[in-house]
Design a protein around this ligand. Structure first.
Ligand SMILES: Nc1nc2c(ncn2[C@@H]2O[C@H](COP(=O)(O)OP(=O)(O)OP(=O)(O)O)[C@@H](O)[C@H]2O)c(=O)[nH]1
Ligand SMILES: [Mg+2]
Ligand SMILES: [Zn+2]
Length: 392
């Protein structure tokens, strides 16, 4: 008996096949060069493309890209002369150009002048984007196409070039599998409000998130410990690490193995330091101690642009990103905010009004509960602040 597949089944089979292709490509990229020559990147992912693009990103094309002879690792970036069109992954965005990796090479690339600004976006390109390259002027490759993103984490940033309070989306990274929210117990201080904002954005963008408390060697207060337990109770992976003592590295490796992870958080929490100890030999620039203590995480950022980096664990990639000061969430109606706070959402069933926004409504179960649960009190505070920012 033959059964007709539903559209949903067809989509899931296509996704599975695409993932298989992607895994194979990642494998080829990592095994194509000896470790010391490996470029800091990952290879294109077939399922980043629209379904209409299936033929476009054929294995033939990938083979052609891979066949381009891999030279020694470039000091900065190679200059592309005349190449056939190839696909690659954006591994770093700089002020004037981007670095794109393809077939074991890193090249400088730029969007054509007309495509450099997209309304409502800080930049049309993000680290992790899969792009098509063609020859460009002055030996810099031209980005002829940016593939549809499989995932992306974005925050809203104010648009300084305009009057008023216009906001634009800043995509921290594209095509990642999870975000790792790095924080510290002190220097800079623990800020659960920022963690809540990341968690809401990750939930909105359909990305799993883990919380990583680094600098455990500085001691964990009861308050911080209670917050970590609160997040763990929400089924969020909680890691405790120290780049200084090596505490918790094995668990952290387990969490990132086989995935593309965006490491993000305040400046000075130790994102780059942690990656350096997770992958000996990486040698990412880290802040000096005086800067970290004096600035309390608000001083100069040590990492200045996001970078996609392959680790030696199989199929494992990380994005080291610059510290952020604030994380503004947009892109949802105020009434949808609670659905991104699972603890608040569960309690909402007991509110007197089914459309309760848990702000000033009478007989609100969330408002009542936060008086007796300190962790929920912090979450509720984050919720109210975000609700106001969303226009309520
Ligand atoms: N005590 C202690 N200090 C750490 C630890 N990890 C990092 N540091 C220190 O914290 C400071 C900041 O570390 P970075 O790795 O540059 O922090 P970052 O999060 O990458 O900062 P940005 O790149 O600015 O976002 C440096 O002085 C590190 O030596 C840790 O586990 N324990
Ligand atoms: Mg850094
Ligand atoms: Zn309520």
């Amino acid at each position: 008996m033959s059964e007709k597949l539903t559209n949903r089944q067809v989509r899931s089979i296509k996704k599975m096949l695409a993932n298989k292709g992607r895994r194979q490509q990642l494998k080829e990229l990592k095994s194509s060069r000896p470790p010391e020559q490996r470029p800091k990147s990952r290879t294109p992912r077939r399922n980043d493309w629209d379904e209409d693009d299936e033929d476009y990103f054929t294995s033939e094309k990938i083979r052609r890209a891979e066949k381009i002879k891999a030279g020694p690792r470039p000091q900065a970036a190679e200059v592309i002369e005349r190449e056939p069109e190839v696909t690659g992954t954006v591994i770093e965005i700089r002020s004037g150009d981007s670095l794109v990796m393809f077939g074991g090479r890193t090249v400088r690339a730029m969007l054509p002048a007309g495509a450099r600004s997209v309304q409502g976006m800080r930049s049309p390109l993000a680290v992790g984007d899969l792009v098509e390259l063609g020859p460009g002027p002055s030996g810099i490759a031209s980005i002829t196409r940016v593939a549809t993103r499989q995932s992306a984490l974005s925050r809203a940033v104010s648009d300084s070039s305009r009057q008023g309070s216009k906001m634009r989306a800043h995509v921290l990274a594209a095509n990642v599998d999870q975000i790792v929210i790095v924080c510290s117990p002190k220097e800079p201080p623990f800020r659960p409000g920022l963690i809540d904002r990341y968690l809401v954005a990750a939930s909105r963008d359909g990305l799993p998130a883990a919380v990583c408390l680094n600098k455990t060697d500085l001691g964990i207060s009861d308050e911080v410990e209670a917050a970590l337990e609160g997040y763990a109770a929400l089924d969020i992976a909680v890691l405790r690490t120290s780049a200084e003592t090596g505490d918790g590295l094995e668990r952290a490796r387990e969490q990132i193995a086989g995935k593309v992870s965006l490491f993000t958080g305040h400046s000075g929490v130790g994102k780059s330091s942690l990656l350096n100890v997770l992958e000996p030999g990486l040698a990412l620039r880290v802040g000096d101690v005086t800067q970290a203590t004096a600035g309390q995480g608000k001083g100069t950022h040590t990492t200045s642009s996001a970078r996609l980096i392959p680790l030696s664990l199989p199929e494992t990639f990380v994005v080291d990103s610059p510290g952020i000061r604030t994380f503004t969430v947009r892109g949802m109606a105020p009434r949808d905010l609670a659905s991104h706070f699972p603890d608040i959402d569960t309690l909402a069933a007991n509110c007197a009004y089914s459309d309760c926004l848990h702000s000033a409504e009478p007989d609100c179960a969330v408002r009542a509960a936060q008086h007796i649960d300190p962790f929920l009190r912090g979450r509720y505070k984050s919720y109210r602040l975000m609700l106001t920012e969303l226009g309520r």
